[in-house]
Design a protein around this ligand. Structure first.
Ligand code: CUA
Length: 337
């Protein structure tokens, strides 16, 4: 192979690599969990702030690099002292002060719309647990609606979130909808989210909170107002009694094995509040805080290998329960829509 051919080939490989890398980078800007694909008012403000900062920073960088190339390569002899003084005072003090002050003042004006609670009629309390999300819809004069690891919101409406944690610090973050806010034990922090598009978005814990921090995710489903109202009405109902024989056996096994000591299923004697409320667990998209799909097989896997799937979680593995009973419990949970 001639040197020319080797050069051409290496040029081709480098270009292909650059294209693949650029595609991968751009792919990271899209999807259900990206600040650069905003689907909420707060996320749009944050994305605008990001782009203005990136563009302003890039212009200044090009200017500084251009000047240094000019000084070292184009005009290499000594500069006029008067011009040099102006360059230092103007470019080193006045220009950055003006630009940084302008950017600071502009970014401060963005805080008010981000934090304003005006028009936020929907109030949701979220508690960061190890390692899942306890979600309470606080409806005035209504029943307590508790669910876990899934939040549904009506599109175009402002929702107020109050965030806390019973033990360690977590951080509540739905990048497509807004900024991230810490959940601090002993304190209540607030966040306003106003989704502008319907769809399913992914939320995550953004603060290291223990062994299974990486397995602490949730789904945010943004729906049309009437669909949301219907959904919330259903969530307020107690659980239906099981229809299939297998599911009825599952309910019996669920209660007999003491699952109700940690989990609540409204409408049954299960009233525990250590683990997630399972009243309508089958209506959720995923189980185990975003870990597994919501299928009877996944319920089986979860109960059988809890500690392997989510190390150090408070729920022990229930592999010692006979498989027939686990199958029945999975069938029962699968009916709790
Ligand atoms: Cu909760 Cu990290």
């Amino acid at each position: 192979m001639t040197i020319e051919k080797i050069r051409m080939r290496s040029y081709f490989y480098r270009r292909s690599l650059a294209v693949v890398l650029a595609a991968l980078l751009l792919a990271g800007c899209d999807g259900v969990q990206s600040t650069l694909a905003p689907a909420g008012t707060a996320a749009e403000i944050i994305a605008d702030l990001f782009w203005v900062m990136v563009i302003a920073g890039s212009i200044i960088w090009v200017l500084v690099v251009g000047l240094s190339i000019y000084a070292t390569h184009v005009r290499q002899h000594a500069h006029d002292p008067k011009l040099a003084r102006w360059l230092i005072i103007g470019g080193g003090a006045i220009f950055p002060s003006v630009v940084l002050a302008a950017l600071l003042i502009w970014s401060l004006t963005l805080m008010e719309p981000l934090r304003s609670e005006k028009g936020s009629d929907l109030h949701i309390a979220v508690s960061g647990e190890q390692w899942w999300w306890r979600v309470n819809y606080l409806v005035e004069d209504g029943p307590n609606i508790e669910l876990a690891n899934e939040i549904r919101l009506p599109v175009g409406k402002r929702a107020k979130f109050t965030l806390t944690s019973p033990d360690v610090i977590h951080s509540f973050w739905v990048p497509s909808l807004g900024g991230k806010v810490d959940m601090i034990p002993g304190r209540v922090t607030t966040l306003i989210l106003e989704p502008t598009e319907t769809g399913i978005f992914r939320g995550a814990c953004a603060e290291y909170c223990g062994a299974s921090h990486a397995f602490m995710n949730f789904d945010v489903v943004v729906m049309k107002q009437d669909e949301f109202d219907q959904w919330l009405k259903l969530q307020a109902q107690p659980a239906d009694q099981p229809e299939l024989t297998l599911a009825a056996q599952g309910q019996e096994a669920f209660l007999a094995n003491g699952c109700g000591a940690c989990h609540t299923i409204r409408g049954t004697p299960a009233q525990g509040d250590i683990g997630p409320d399972l009243t309508h667990v089958a209506s959720r998209l995923r189980i185990g805080a975003g870990l597994l799909p919501n299928t009877p097989g996944a319920f089986m896997r979860w109960m059988d290998h809890t500690q392997a799937l989510k190390p150090d979680v408070k729920m022990p593995s229930f592999g010692m329960v006979p498989q027939e009973e686990l199958t029945a419990i999975a069938a029962y949970l699968g009916e709790l829509e």
